[in-house]
Design a protein around this ligand. Structure first.
Ligand SMILES: *Cc1c(COP(=O)(O)O)cnc(C)c1O
Length: 355
């Protein structure tokens, strides 16, 4: 038996979603594909509360993170860093030769509108990158408030959001918040197998991209637009994953989006309360993630041994990320996990540790 995944990606995938990948193969220039693509896209727009374009890339999230910074700026990007994934986005920006500066918060702390205001006021920026849910630390940055500040004071700054471990788990109102790029691989809150990334792009971000020389090809919005009206993609799409996505989006809409956000909030509240009682929370209480909890290992347990014992009972969690290994452990509560799953998991940990 494979253990049930309580790790922050890939997450547990339900059997019927796995089965949806086993549909007969179709040609990506055939009407069957266009029908599939045309069915899925408006549902993704609903999920993101947007009327603007949503693309599907055959790629893990990292590819689209890299593609997005390549076509965002003709001046400078402000790269906000508050953990491992936001640091990776900064490093991608540097590696692509895109002018940028780093705004860094301490580990476990959030990127706040105040920090962003201070940094943006000091340079000639036309884009910012923010990781909404820093999966390595368990911090959820206040993206809505950051976007409001930017719209009020820095109207030329495009807002690029890595929502990899947030999209489909928490409410993201792409249009109302005024976001420009919002991307997520489907192996986290979408609860699908990996290999497909969803990316909403604003009309103004698409216009900006046309001004950027050498902005790449595979991820270029203009390339995606060349096939958008036909409900196709320029390169071969991840057809089986999109078939599974169709099933999953139908199930999400049947669950009800508000119910889905509430389920994630409820699971988060239970894990946070458990962590406060038995250990401590690593991150700033004001910005706790709704999809993954980073528990500070205040009892000095062996996280590796805990996970071995959990595996025998049919589950795994994550150790602390990078330098936080053994100092923390992470419990993901995202995707299709339920409150019953979470209560079961915490009961197992209580038994193993004698809490
Ligand atoms: C998992 C994760 C990534 C990396 O995603 P890949 O699909 O593995 O490329 C990036 N950002 C965040 C916040 C993540 O949680």
């Amino acid at each position: 038996m494979y253990p049930k995944l309580f790790i922050p990606g890939p997450t547990h995938v339900r059997q019927e979603v796995l089965d949806a990948q086993a549909e007969p193969m179709i040609g990506h220039r055939a009407p069957e594909y266009s029908d599939l693509h045309a069915d899925v896209t408006p549902k993704l727009q609903k999920l993101l509360y947007t009327q603007q374009r949503v693309y599907m890339y055959a790629s893990s999230s990292s590819g689209v993170m890299e593609g997005s910074v390549r076509q965002a700026s003709t001046k400078r990007i402000l790269s906000t860093v508050c953990g491992a994934f936001s640091k990776r986005w900064y490093e991608m920006t540097v590696a692509n030769g895109v002018a940028c500066d780093k705004l860094e918060a301490d580990m476990g702390q959030a990127i706040t509108p105040e920090l962003v205001d201070q940094a943006l006021s000091q340079g000639d920026y036309d884009a910012i990158t923010v990781v909404m849910n820093e999966t390595s630390t368990g911090v959820m940055n206040p993206v809505k408030d950051i976007a409001a500040l930017i719209h009020a004071k820095y109207p030329d700054v495009l807002i690029l959001i890595d929502a990899v471990s947030a999209m489909a788990g928490v409410k993201i109102e792409f249009d109302a918040w005024g976001l420009d790029v919002c991307l997520a691989g489907v192996q986290k809150c979408f609860a699908l197998p990996p290999g497909l990334t969803i990316c909403a792009v604003s009309d103004r971000a698409r216009a900006r991209a046309l001004q950027v020389p050498n902005c790449g090809h595979y991820f270029a919005y203009s390339e995606m637009d060349s096939k958008y009206e036909k409900h196709q993609t320029p390169a071969t799409p991840a057809i089986s994953l999109i078939q599974a996505l169709k099933k999953q989006l139908n199930d999400m809409l049947a669950e009800g989006l508000d119910n889905r956000w509430q389920r994630h909030a409820d699971m988060a509240a239970v894990v946070q309360a458990w962590a406060r009682k038995n250990f401590a929370l690593y991150s700033d209480e004001r910005y706790l993630s709704q999809t993954v909890t980073n528990v500070a290992n205040t009892r000095g347990i062996s996280v590796g041994d805990l996970n071995k014992a959990l595996r025998e009972r049919g589950a795994i969690i994550s150790n602390g990320y990078g330098t936080l290994k053994e100092k923390c452990f992470r419990i993901a509560h995202m995707g299709d996990l339920t409150l019953d799953d979470i209560n079961w998991l915490l009961a197992q940990i209580d038994e193993i540790l004698g809490l």
